[in-house]
Ligand binder design. Structure first.
Ligand SMILES: Cc1ncc(COP(=O)(O)O)c(C=O)c1O
Length: 323
């Protein structure tokens, strides 16, 4: 290997390829609507087109970018296509992509204030902006998670940690009676996955019945909690949804919150899909009752022009450990 090839790419070459890639990105965004939304491929086609082993020799960037165009681009589903109407919306945008480029260039790690003070403080400031934009009162601690699925997992962990009379942190789940997590029949699968990941057991994850508009029925929730208490189980957390994945129905968080306060249960609101609608003043009602939630997640990578992945997790009780 020649000396020139040790270390990172030479600065001039990097600059040239950066300009080339910038043009590629701008062309892609300008013309994405001319592509097919779905790739016309059979399963396994991309695996078959790629070598089974990593190459022994490095290749120049021009060949790598050409391979990307030839082998990868035709295999993609274009979520940024204006005709993409499946699953849920994502909204990459010019400013979002530029921000992503800067973030990967400075490549900081914000796990602690000291590991990059500006990263941590910028995160706090911007998440406070978002909190206030959604019309919520000024006292919830925000942090970035990759996805709502991870944020909800952390919320359920925190809800379990908040059970101070049970030594679960030290002795594990077996030191507790069966803990019960409540959500609705229409909840995103991430809620059940959080419960399964924590080892609650599927039998202890209640999917509460919904009304004719797919909203969790508070009276059914209350009855389920009573039944679980009578059976010796320990209710600990309720997860209503603001904007369900299938129909964007909004659970009655205010009423559910009253039940949680009366029963002393953690209220985590999954507002990943619908929560940011509250930024529009006439839609503020979608977050009614969320100001009193213990935690809430919203997804800027759905409607806020931010590329995947960026989920904003807010917690009123950041002192409760979630890991
Ligand atoms: C209501 C709701 N919750 C959670 C999720 C999961 O979001 P993420 O992909 O960020 O984990 C989704 C995704 O569509 C959703 O609609």
């Amino acid at each position: 290997m020649s000396e020139r090839r040790l270390g990172d790419m030479p600065p001039d070459e990097f600059r040239r390829l950066l300009h080339q890639t910038a043009d590629w990105i701008a062309d892609f965004i300008e013309h994405v609507g001319e592509r097919s939304v779905l790739p016309l491929l059979t399963p396994g086609a991309t695996i078959d087109a790629l070598p089974a082993q990593a190459p022994e020799q490095g290749e120049d960037m021009a060949s790598i970018l050409a391979d990307f165009d030839r082998l990868i681009m035709p295999s993609l589903t274009h979520w940024n296509h204006p005709g993409f109407l499946a699953y849920f919306a994502i909204t990459a945008s010019g400013p979002g992509i530029l921000g992503e480029m800067l973030a990967s260039t400075v490549n900081t790690n914000g796990m602690l204030w000291r590991t990059s003070p500006g990263t941590t403080e910028l995160e706090q400031v911007v998440l406070n902006w978002l909190w206030r934009l959604m019309g919520l009162p000024d006292h919830c601690f925000g942090m970035i998670h990759d996805t709502a699925s991870t944020a909800t997992l952390h919320a359920v962990v925190a809800a379990r940690e908040a059970l101070e009379d049970l030594p679960i942190r030290a002795r594990g789940q077996s030191a507790a009676p069966p803990l019960v997590l409540y959500t609705s029949e229409q909840a995103n699968s991430s809620v059940e996955k959080a419960g399964l990941t924590l080892g609650l057991g599927q039998e202890n994850i209640r999917k509460i019945e919904v009304d004719e508009e797919f909203r969790m029925k508070p009276e059914a929730l209350d009855a389920a909690i009573t039944a679980d208490l009578l059976a010796g189980r320990r209710p600990f957390c309720v997860v209503p949804t603001v904007g369900t994945t299938s129909t964007t129905s909004v659970d009655p968080v205010e009423k559910i919150g009253e039940i949680c306060r009366r029963r002393r249960l953690w209220l985590h609101v999954d507002a990943a899909y619908g929560g940011v609608a509250a930024i529009v003043p006439e839609m503020g009602h979608v977050l009614a009752g969320c100001d009193r939630a213990d935690s809430i997640v919203v997804n800027p990578h759905k409607w806020l022009f931010t590329p995947m992945d960026l989920s904003a997790f807010y917690c009123r009780r950041p002192d409760v450990p979630s890991t």
